[in-house]
Design a protein around this ligand. Structure first.
Ligand SMILES: [Zn+2]
Length: 144
C-alpha cells in the first residue's frame, strides 16, 4: 500500500521575545503564526489516513491556548516579573521561543495524541513565523 500524506493548516497570533538575541528579536513583539501539520500513513478501507476533523480536535485546543498569549520562556526573569504584577494571557514554556522550538513543542503534543493510531508512521510540523520563514520538524511515531 502506498504511503499517503495529508495536511491541515492552523493560524494564531502570539507575542514573544528572544532575550538573548543580539538583534531586534530581543524586543517584545508578535507574529501571525501559521502551522501546517502533515500526517503520513496508510489509508484505511475508506481511503483515509485520518479524518481532518480529528486532526482539528487534537491541534485546535493547543492553538487556542497560544492564541493572543505571550509565549514566555521560564528563564526570562524580566517578563516573569512583569506578568506577576500585570496578569495577562501568558503561556510559560521551558524553552527559548524560536520557531524551531515551537515546532518541536507542537510535534511532541501531536505525536502523543496520535500514539495509538497504528496506521500513522510519521508526523511533520511546519511553523511559519512570517510568510517567508518557517521551521520544520518531523518524527516517526515509532520513535516515541
Ligand atoms: Zn519573533
Amino acid at each position: 500500500m502506498a504511503l499517503t500524506r495529508i495536511a491541515k493548516e492552523f493560524r494564531w497570533e502570539m507575542g514573544h521575545r528572544l532575550p538573548l538575541h543580539e538583534g531586534l528579536c530581543r524586543n517584545i513583539h508578535g507574529h501571525s503564526y501559521s502551522m501546517r501539520v502533515d500526517i503520513e500513513g496508510e489509508t484505511d478501507e475508506y481511503g483515509m489516513v485520518m479524518d481532518y476533523y480529528d486532526i482539528k480536535t487534537i491541534v485546535q485546543p493547543i492553538v487556542d491556548m497560544l492564541d493572543h498569549a505571550f509565549l514566555c520562556d521560564e528563564d526570562d526573569e524580566i517578563m516573569k516579573e512583569f506578568f506577576r504584577t500585570n496578569p495577562m494571557k501568558t503561556v510559560f514554556v521551558p524553552f527559548y521561543t524560536t520557531a524551531e522550538n515551537i515546532a518541536l513543542y507542537m510535534l511532541e503534543k501531536v505525536c502523543m495524541a496520535l500514539a495509538d493510531k497504528k496506521n500513522i508512521g510519521k508526523v511533520m510540523i511546519r511553523v511559519y513565523e512570517t510568510e517567508k520563514t518557517y521551521a520544520e520538524v518531523e518524527r516517526s511515531i515509532a520513535q516515541i
